[in-house]
Design a protein. Structure first.
Length: 130
């Protein structure tokens, strides 16, 4: 779930904190995490879970269509061009929810490049079944 209104970068999420993202079947390319896992529409942000508040298993259980869980450290997300920061976005059913903030001024082609960089920085916390 992406939020349309989000705060700016929140440094209470440390650069070394793991962020978990459910990986859907369409987010795979040859068994690897594809950039589609991080593509969002303008005005939306990338939904993740904070590793300090949940486990990869919690993320997988919350997202029944996921085939695995990717992990990226907050500092890697922050250092990606077109990312405006990382911010907590707790939800009633998921207090660990956070957002990788898409810079609102970038177009889709710029964000596509950022999504590729995020995918390259992302590794498996829970690999998909064979």
């Amino acid at each position: 779930m992406e939020s349309l209104s989000a705060p700016g970068d929140d440094r209470s999420i440390a650069d070394d904190e793991q962020l978990y993202r459910g990986i859907l079947p369409d987010d795979l390319a040859g068994g690897r995490i594809s950039s589609t896992a991080f593509k969002v529409r303008p005005g939306d942000h990338v939904s993740v879970d904070r590793g300090s508040l949940c486990s990869p298993c919690d993320t997988l259980r919350r997202l029944p269509k996921s085939v695995g869980v990717g992990q990226i450290i907050a500092g890697a997300a922050r250092s990606t061009p077109c990312v405006a920061g990382v911010a907590p976005d707790p939800q009633e059913d998921n207090p660990a929810h956070a957002l990788i903030l898409r810079d609102r001024s970038v177009g889709n082609s710029q964000w596509a490049k950022a999504a590729r960089q995020l995918a390259l920085a992302c590794s498996w916390a829970i690999s998909p079944p064979p």
